[in-house]
Design a protein around this ligand. Sequence first.
Ligand code: 13P
Length: 248
Amino acid sequence: MNKIIAGNWKNNGNIEFIKNYFDFFLKNKNSNNQIILFPPDLYISQVHSYKVEKNFSVGGQRINSDGGSTHTSGTTSEMFLDNGCDYILIGHSEIRNLSDQYTYSAANDLYNSNGLQAIFCVGENEDSKKSGNTCDVLKKQLEDLCCKDNYPVISSKKAIIAYEPVWAIGTGNTPTIDNISHIHRFIKTYVSENHPFAKEKDIMVLYGGSVNSKNANDILSAPNVDGVLIGGASLDVKEFTTICNLKI
Ligand code: 13P
């Protein structure tokens, strides 16, 4: 079955990097997996210029329309759509963690994501994992996705959730394959029981956190895993292409 292989470049890359990346990627990619790249917002149209038919999709990393149309800085869903994006990351832990600077609301970003398919990120931190609270934390985060009042979510085709344990991001540590599978099952059940419209078949769960070309095959082959969201390893085009070309 085809999987989603998503690469989140975070705040990395420049014009030369992008040129070299696609010189290699477009020659060597030979898979039917669904590939999504999340470049830094300023390089979205640069990356989009390499898109031919459905060879890959482009996504935005962050909607920021807090201040309405009279606010300095910010990127709206219309701007992402105008530049060729189909996807938007919402609730990435690195954004949720900014809440000491301002109150972050995933529900607000979902509300503003109209027309873009959200990839809704959830994940527990190390303390919650140690104290056995993973599922409670995930439930709390998933409430924003399932909230019946978030009407734009209803216009979204699917519910795509990325399970990214905070303690696994950029650390080289990953949960066991059984754990990933078990938590993805929990997420699918919770969302199918609480989401206003998504049925089991409309729900995809990606895993993110220290995915690389060595562990990707095992993770992608696990029950309930519909894809991966890759940070660091997506910046290495050979590594990323190897993962994209896996046949699961
Ligand atoms: P790493 O793959 O570098 O751990 O990052 C995961 C991530 O945050 C993807 O959104």
